[in-house]
Each structure stands twice: as structure tokens, then as C-alpha cells.
Design a protein around this ligand. Structure first.
Ligand code: ZN
Ligand code: ZN
Length: 364
């Protein structure tokens, strides 16, 4: 069954007669189209992709299972006008990714009588379907993750005290691109020493110093799919640890064990909350509950952050084929931060770690 047909089946199950899809990652997943400007309209058993004249040849090459219209007006408006003409009177749109401005513009495409009540916020049907990856997607994600691991392994021979965080990020990204990455999944995070306590500290001009922990969080895109991994290494100063270094080592060991516990908890049928608790419970027992200030992980795929969210109170159950991250961390304001992150493929019994780079204590 084509993906558009799978979306149509879900729409039917939810009593939704028509739907407009404008989010680029959703459009790509449904149609195969990778251009930056497109909308997909689905009604009854029919579907059509709207893009503009720049993409005529590309759409012909890429789009699968849908008719294509080269639009002269904004694509979302043409898609909605087509749905109305096809007889739709209620049309779902994904409220989580549609701006108020875009919705107002789509409304202008619908004639006066029909406009009222035409658009209805729809549950994330496509984002839900995207959670479970097929074999082709899993292959792409494996390759992206392994490329990330190769680059990380190379970086272990590059990182040294005196480099700035930006230099580390530049070396890493250069190697990733040379190895074939289409892009980075997000701005590479290099956070050393005190800056490590910022969970999302982007690389700055700060120089790495001995005695510091350095957190690298990065991903590459290959075949459209994102990888995501984090490692924290220690820049060795001397044979004997200072009190701060000893504290860092203790925190690292706690994060490491929490991360391994959460990875071990992953398998089909387990809830996201249970996986989160496997990491969080461990850090709580080790006295780091307050220092672990974010969720344990997230889905990853065409986008770096997708559903499901692997957090406390998330009752959603894991299914085979989901790809999620496991990334507990400890952040001590003004001192240091530590995070270890793997991307894993959920399986019937357990999971496959897609990012097998060494994650134990590493002194450079
Ligand atoms: Zn990450
Ligand atoms: Zn992540």
C-alpha cells in the first residue's frame, strides 16, 4: 500500500473526509518529494501534490502514488481549492505545524458558503505513521548513524586542549560532509567545562581546557534521515583527580549506568514513561534527580525531533520499527555537564543500538 493510501485509511478510521498536508517532512514522507515548496491534498481515494514551476522535473522524478499539479498560486491555497472542488466540505489540517497566517491564507481559497467550518484541526495522522520506520528508512537511519559514529571516532584523535569549541565543531562538520553527509541534523553542540551545564550549548569561542568534560552532540543527514548521538569525554589533566574532577567522574558513571539501564528497558510494548523512569530512577537514586532536567529521549527520522517523546508521563507504548534516542544527562550549573546519547531501533525483544561508538569513560 502506498503511504498516501495508508494516510487515507487512517483518515477514514477517524471520520475525516479530506486533508491538506503542508509540513515539508510530512509531504516528503507521503509523496517522496524533496522540494521545499509543496502541499498534498487527499480526499476520498484521491490524492494530489501541488508544487511550483521550479520543481516540474523534480516532482516528475520523485513523486510516487500521487498526481502532480504545478501551481501558479501559493501551493496550500491551490490544494485547498482543489479539495473543495472535489466535493470536500470538511478538511483536516495539522494544527501543530500550521501557522495562523497560513491558515488564514488557506481560508481565502475556499468560497464563502463552504468556508465556515471547512478547516478542522486534525490529529497528527502522518506524524503518527512516521513513528514506525519501514526497512528502507531503517537502512537509511543505520547508514546515517554509522557515518556519525565514524566521524566521532576520528574526532577522538583531533580534540585537544586549546582548541575552541567552534574549531571542534568545524572539524567534525567538515569530516561529516567529506564523508557524504547531506547536512548536519542540527547545529553541532560542543559544550566544555562550565558550558557543559547548558544542555543545548552551541559551540562558542571558548577554548577547551584540561580537567574539563567536553560534550559533543551532533547528527548527520543521509538519504534525508537524521542521526543523533552524544558523547562526553574528559580532557585529562594529571594522574590525580581534583575534587571537581572526582565529582565529574562520579556523575559520568551515574549517567552512563542510567543510559545503559534505559537502553536495556527498550523493547516493543514498553511505555515511553517506563523507559524514561529506567534512566530517571537510576539518577534519582544516585542523587542527581534535579540535575537531570529534560526527557530521556525522542523519536528521530526525517526530522531530528519526532514523536514519540520518551518522557515521564508518556503512556504511549513503543512499537517495533520506532527509532528513538536515549539521552539522559546531568547538568550542574556553574560546574559541568554530562550527557550520553544513543539512537536505538525498537525491536520485538529489546533494541538495536544504531550508534555503537564507545561510550564509556574516555580520557583524551
Ligand atoms: Zn543529540
Ligand atoms: Zn537527541
Amino acid at each position: 500500500m502506498t503511504r498516501a493510501k495508508r494516510v487515507a485509511a487512517e483518515m477514514r478510521a477517524k471520520g475525516l473526509e479530506a486533508m491538506v498536508i503542508t509540513h515539508p517532512a510530512d509531504v516528503r514522507w507521503v509523496s517522496g518529494f524533496t522540494g521545499s515548496n509543496a502541499a498534498v491534498a487527499l480526499v476520498g481515494g484521491r490524492g494530489r501534490l501541488f508544487t511550483d514551476g521550479r520543481y516540474t522535473a523534480q516532482a516528475k522524478e520523485e513523486v510516487q502514488g500521487l498526481a502532480v499539479t504545478i501551481a501558479t498560486k501559493p501551493v496550500a491555497q491551490e490544494a485547498c481549492a482543489w479539495l473543495e472542488k472535489a466535493g470536500a466540505r470538511i478538511c483536516g489540517f495539522v494544527s501543530a505545524v500550521t501557522s495562523v497566517v497560513d491558515l488564514e491564507a488557506m481560508k481565502t481559497a475556499i468560497s464563502g458558503k463552504t468556508r465556515r467550518g471547512f478547516f478542522r484541526p486534525a490529529p497528527g495522522i502522518v506524524s503518527r505513521l512516521r513513528e514506525v520506520k519501514d526497512d528502507v528508512e531503517i537502512g537509511a537511519m543505520r547508514r546515517a548513524a554509522l557515518l556519525g559514529c565514524r566521524v566521532y571516532d576520528e574526532m577522538l584523535g583531533v580534540i585537544e586542549a586549546g582548541m575552541t569549541e567552534i574549531e571542534v565543531a568545524a572539524e567534525l562538520e567538515y569530516r561529516a560532509r567529506k564523508a557524504g553527509a547531506e547536512a548536519m541534523s542540527f547545529d553541532t553542540i560542543v559544550a566544555s567545562g562550565v558550558r557543559g551545564s547548558l544542555p543545548h550549548g552551541r559551540a562558542t569561542g571558548k577554548r577547551l581546557a584540561r580537567g574539563e568534560m567536553v560534550t559533543l552532540d551532533f547528527g548527520v543527514i543521509l538519504g534525508g534521515y537524521c542521526s543523533d548521538m552524544t558523547r562526553t569525554v574528559y580532557l585529562n589533566r594529571s594522574a590525580r583527580f581534583s575534587p571537581l574532577e572526582a565529582e565529574q567522574k562520579r556523575a559520568f558513571d551515574a549517567v552512563s549506568e542510567a543510559q545503559i539501564a534505559a537502553v536495556s528497558a527498550v523493547r516493543s510494548g514498553v511505555s515511553c514513561a517506563e523507559v524514561d523512569e529506567a534512566a530517571r530512577g537510576f539518577l534519582r537514586a544516585a542523587g542527581f534527580e534535579k540535575e537531570f532536567s529534560h526527557s530521556t529521549g525522542h523519536g528521530v527520522g526525517l526530522e531530528i525531533h519526532e514523536s514519540p517523546r520518551v518522557g515521564a508521563k508518556q503512556a504511549q507504548k513503543l512499537e517495533p520499527g520506532m527509532v528513538i534516542t536515549i539521552e539522559p544527562g546531568v547538568y550542574v550549573a556553574g560546574k559541568y555537564g554530562i550527557r550520553i546519547e544513543d539512537t536505538v531501533l525498537v525491536m520485538e525483544k529489546g533494541c538495536e543500538v544504531l550508534t555503537p561508538s564507545v561510550k564509556s569513560w574516555m580520557e583524551l
